[in-house]
Design a protein. Structure first.
Length: 135
């Protein structure tokens, strides 16, 4: 006869395995913490600023946006402060053209999204544009 405690332990382990399998690849939402959010935004801004060129840094500080050049086409894009719908192609005359909407996965602050968009356009423009929605 198998002791009841073995069945209890086996049941708990099975539930843990099922729970971990169903959560794999999913972010478990955390309760909103304003202090934690402010810290994440400050770190995101610092990381973005550190990875902008001097020209991009000046433009971002003055206008809240910065321009990048696509690695494949040489097109110019303007990335505005934000998380989605914040990338626009620039026309040959420097005016705002077609919008491009693409965002990285995960719960990120705006500056982290902007840095990911910058890296994507400057290094993987073709792949980024395949994923992006035009607007």
């Amino acid at each position: 006869m198998v002791p009841l405690s073995v069945f209890v332990v086996a049941g708990v382990l099975l539930l843990c395995c099922v729970a971990s399998e169903s959560l794999r690849g999913h972010v478990v939402p955390q309760p909103f913490d304003p202090a934690r959010q402010a810290e994440a935004e400050a770190k995101g801004l610092q990381l973005l600023i550190e990875n902008l060129s001097e020209t991009q840094r000046r433009q971002y500080k003055a206008q809240g946006c910065f321009d990048v050049v696509g690695c494949r086409t040489g097109k110019h894009y303007r990335i505005f402060h934000g998380m989605s719908g914040n990338v626009r192609e620039l026309t040959d005359s420097g005016k705002l053209g077609v919008g491009r909407c693409f965002v990285p996965k995960g719960e990120l602050v705006a500056c982290d999204c902007m840095l990911a968009q910058k890296i994507a356009l400057e290094n993987y423009e073709h792949e980024a544009l395949l994923k992006a929605r035009r607007f």
